[in-house]
Design a protein around this ligand. Structure first.
Ligand code: GDP
Length: 290
C-alpha cells in the first residue's frame, strides 16, 4: 500500500481527508501544512517545500478523482508523485567495468563509502580495486588500506607522496586488468582552490565513468552550495548520502541533489562495509515524512 510507505505524520494528515467526502480547499490546506512541517523538520529546502506544496494544492483541487479511487487515495497519489518527482528515481550504477571517482568534504564518510562500494561490486562478482588519492588527510592512506585488506580488495597508494595525480596515473596502470577502479580523492574542509584544482587534474587523468559526491545526511542547508561547486568543477553523476542510520533525515542533501539535477545512487546506513543500500525513493520518502 502506498499509504504504508508514507511517513506517520503524513498518514495522520491524510486521515483528515474523509474517505467518502469531497476534497475541499480547507482540508487540502491542512494536509499540505502537515506535509510542509514534516519536510522542513527533515531539513528540506524551504523553496522546494513551497513549490511542491503549490503543485499538490493545485492538482488536488483541479484534477478529477480517477474512477475507482476515493478522494483520499487521489490526494495520496498526488503527494507521492510530487515527492518522487523531486527525489528522482535514483542513479543506477551499472554492473560493468568502469572507473568511479569519489568526491566530498572531509568527514562526510567518503573513505568508508569507498570501501563499501568496493564490497558492493565484489559481492556482485566483479573485481574491484581501490586507489587512494587522498594525500591530504593524515591517516587516510592507512585507513583505506586496512579496510581494503580486510575485504581482500586490491589497493594502491603511496604513503607520504603528495602527488595525487601521479598516484592515480600509476594506480590505474597497475589495475588495468581489474573491472572496477574506485578512486578516493582528498576530502575538503571547505572548497579550497588548490584542492579543487587537484580534483580537476585527477578528473582529467582518470576520465571517470561516474563521479559520486558523498554527503553526510546531517549536512543541512550548506549541502546545496557544496554540491553546486563540485558540480561546476567536474560535474556530479550521482550522490551517496551517508549516516542515514542516525537521526538526520537527509533533507539538506536531497535539496542539493535536486538543485544540481543529480540523483542519489546509494545510501550509507552504518559503519561497516556491508552498510550500503541501493537508493529506493519510496523508503526515502517515508523517512523524510516520518
Ligand atoms: P572521510 O573523511 O569523508 O573519508 O570520512 P570517513 O570515511 O573517515 O568517515 C567519517 C566517520 O563517519 C567515520 O567514523 C565513519 O565510520 C563514519 N561513517 C561513514 N559512513 C557512515 C554511515 O553510513 N553511518 C554511520 N553511522 N557512520 C558512518
Amino acid at each position: 500500500m502506498v499509504m504504508d510507505k508514507l511517513g506517520s505524520s503524513l498518514q495522520d494528515a491524510i486521515k483528515k481527508l474523509v474517505s467518502s467526502g469531497r476534497i475541499d480547499e480547507k482540508t487540502v490546506n491542512d494536509v499540505v501544512k502537515d506535509i510542509q512541517r514534516a519536510l522542513l523538520q527533515s531539513d528540506v529546502n524551504v523553496k522546494m517545500v513551497m513549490t511542491m506544496s503549490k503543485h499538490i494544492k493545485e492538482r488536488a483541487l483541479k484534477e478529477e478523482v480517477p474512477k475507482g479511487m476515493n478522494p483520499r487515495e487521489h490526494v495520496i497519489r498526488i503527494v507521492y508523485q510530487e515527492l518522487t518527482s523531486i527525489i528522482g528515481k535514483g542513479t543506477d550504477i551499472p554492473l560493468k567495468p568502469q572507473k568511479i571517482m569519489m568526491i566530498g568534504l572531509q568527514g562526510s564518510g567518503k573513505t568508508t563509502t569507498t570501501s563499501k562500494l568496493a564490497r558492493y561490486f565484489q559481492k556482485k562478482g566483479l573485481r574491484p580495486a581501490v586507489i587512494c588519492a587522498d594525500t591530504f588527510r593524515p591517516g587516510a592512506y592507512q585507513q583505506l588500506k586496512t579496510l581494503c585488506e580486510r575485504l581482500n580488495v586490491a589497493f594502491y597508494g603511496e604513503e607520504g607522496n603528495e602527488d595525487a595525480v601521479g598516484i592515480v596515473k600509476r594506480g590505474l596502470k597497475e589495475f588495468e586488468k581489474y573491472d572496477i577502479k574506485i578512486i578516493d580523492t582528498a576530502g575538503r574542509h571547505a572548497l579550497e582552490k588548490d584542492l579543487i584544482k587537484e580534483m580537476e587534474d585527477i578528473h582529467a587523468i582518470c576520465d571517470p565513468d561516474y563521479k559520486l559526491l558523498v554527503l553526510d545526511a546531517a549536512i543541512g542547508q550548506q549541502a546545496s552550495e557544496q554540491a553546486r561547486a563540485f558540480n561546476e568543477s567536474i560535474g556530479i553523476s550521482g550522490v551517496i548520502i551517508t549516516k542515514l542510520d542516525g537521526t538526520a533525515k537527509g533533507g539538506g542533501a536531497l535539496s542539493a541533489v535536486s538543485e544540481t539535477n543529480s540523483s542519489i545512487a546509494f545510501i550509507g546506513t552504518g559503519e561497516t562495509p556491508e552498510d550500503l543500500e541501493k537508493f529506493e525513493p519510496d523508503r526515502f520518502i517515508s523517512r523524510l515524512l516520518g
